[in-house]
Design a protein around this ligand. Structure first.
Ligand SMILES: Cc1ncc(COP(=O)(O)O)c(C=O)c1O
Length: 425
């Protein structure tokens, strides 16, 4: 073995995966699953009282954890968004403003309710939506603003909430990456009219598949409940349906897993947070030494950063030659689990570029009635988003932050090593 780059046959700095194995589970998960099994209550459908249902208990516990008054658990983060948009009053022909840096569901859930996503650029400091760009995109059709706490870092809620109030437009925050994240001491998802989460397998809190909608508003909570429960209304007869809606209920198995996983989240978030602060300080130091990396800007209003993907920046000007993608290859060869997050501006997906295929004969919802205009995504350009994905973004997966500081030193060491050998890339 040589001391050279692992990419070229040298010894990797992290021969074993860093952090802890994901997901973490043990006796509490087993015991709660067994309880569900033996109870014979495997679904939530007929059990409205929280104490009768693991899902109900999970809803209550997660709402408290994120500081919200109400929670409705659903099948996944995509359907959580659909329910939230519908509850926010989004209908066919409306526009919803979404960032170009996000997972596809933030936008496809808009299409699923018959409305039109309008893409806007992000703030290059944080990769979250640029509130000025949101302001500039508001039209008389805008029915909702859907910011994303990308990678778990909260968007500028002060600016967005002020904007929403000024224009009387509700905000659905997509908090799928941000379990445990707080803005000025309050959990995300509870700051805006509605907030949504995903509990898909890789997320920082997982039920395998699952999602949750949070709100502090009684009326919105009742709407979300109805939209996730085939149009039923609480305390009304079981076969009375009030709105057309799907069955998006979470199962009791997921509720049980969610309860057990949530009990772990406080410690996991604290560990990730402590490690990420240490890593950010280390990256700043590397930058001070002239090495071409930098942490994402952390606003002092971010009082807790729970995260799914932790981003830092590759600064191409400083590297003068090797590209971000070559750097990533070298970093992965050293044993660090790293990527670019999502790989391209969302509007570049075939779904948006090949409108004929995606929207079919009628063009609904982006062409014709009731929109009355045509949205042509092939003309959308968000320069920061394009640059970030093409040359700058590097993300590290969250389980790597569940170990000790030694793991953070290994990541910093790998970056330093690649820098020293950059001439060989
Ligand atoms: C930002 C964002 N929103 C929504 C979702 C959708 O969640 P799910 O996969 O649970 O449907 C995801 C999933 O990765 C996501 O990253």
């Amino acid at each position: 073995m040589t001391a050279g780059l692992a990419l070229h046959g040298g010894a990797p700095l992290a021969p074993q995966p860093l952090g802890r194995r994901w997901p973490e589970w043990g006796e509490p998960e087993r015991a709660l699953l067994n309880e569900v099994l033996q109870s014979g209550k495997w679904w939530r459908g007929a059990y409205q009282a929280a104490e009768d249902s693991k899902v109900g208990q999970f809803e209550g516990a997660f709402a408290r954890f994120q500081d919200a008054r109400h929670a409705v658990a659903v099948t996944n983060g995509t359907t959580a968004l659909e329910c939230a948009y519908r509850a926010a009053g989004v209908e066919a022909g409306d526009e919803v403003i979404v960032p170009a840096v996000t997972f596809v569901a933030t936008a496809t859930a808009v299409l699923q309710v018959g409305a039109v996503p309008v893409f806007v650029d992000v703030d290059p400091r944080t990769y979250t939506v640029d509130s000025d760009a949101v302001g500039a995109a508001i039209t008389d059709r805008t029915r909702c603003i859907a910011p994303v706490d990308y990678g778990g870092i909260p968007c500028d809620y002060d600016a967005l909430i002020a904007l929403g109030r000024r224009h009387d437009i509700p905000i659905v925050a997509d908090c799928a990456h941000a379990h445990g994240t707080q803005w000025k001491g309050t959990g995300v998802g509870a700051l805006t009219q509605l907030g949504t989460f995903s509990f898909q397998m890789g997320k920082a809190l997982t039920t395998g598949e699952g999602g949750m909608v949070l709100t502090n508003d009684d009326t919105l909570a009742a709407k979300v409940y109805s939209y996730h429960h085939i149009g039923r209304i609480k305390d009304r007869p079981f076969y009375e349906h009030h709105v057309p809606a799907s069955n998006l209920r979470m199962t009791e198995w997921q509720g049980a897993i969610g309860l057990a996983q949530l009990a772990r989240l406080e410690e996991q978030t604290a560990t990730r947070e402590a490690n990420s602060r240490y890593l950010a300080a280390g990256l700043e130091q590397l930058r001070g030494d002239g090495i071409g990396v930098a942490p994402i800007f952390r606003d002092e209003r971010v009082t807790r950063w729970g995260f799914y993907m932790w981003h830092f920046k590759f600064l191409p000007e400083a590297w003068r030659g090797p590209s971000r993608d070559q750097f990533l290859k070298a970093l992965r060869a050293e044993g660090i689990t790293a990527g670019t997050g999502h790989t391209q501006p969302l509007y570049k997906n075939p779904l948006f570029q090949d409108a004929e295929h995606a929207f079919g004969r009628t063009g609904f919802p982006v062409r014709g009635q009731p929109y009355g205009k045509t949205m042509d995504y092939s003309r959308v350009v968000c320069p920061q988003t394009e640059r970030i994905y093409a040359t700058e973004a590097v993300h590290l997966s969250h389980p790597q932050f569940l170990g000790g500081r030694g793991d953070m030193d290994t990541i910093l060491g790998a970056i330093e090593k690649i820098w020293r050998h950059r001439g060989e890339l």
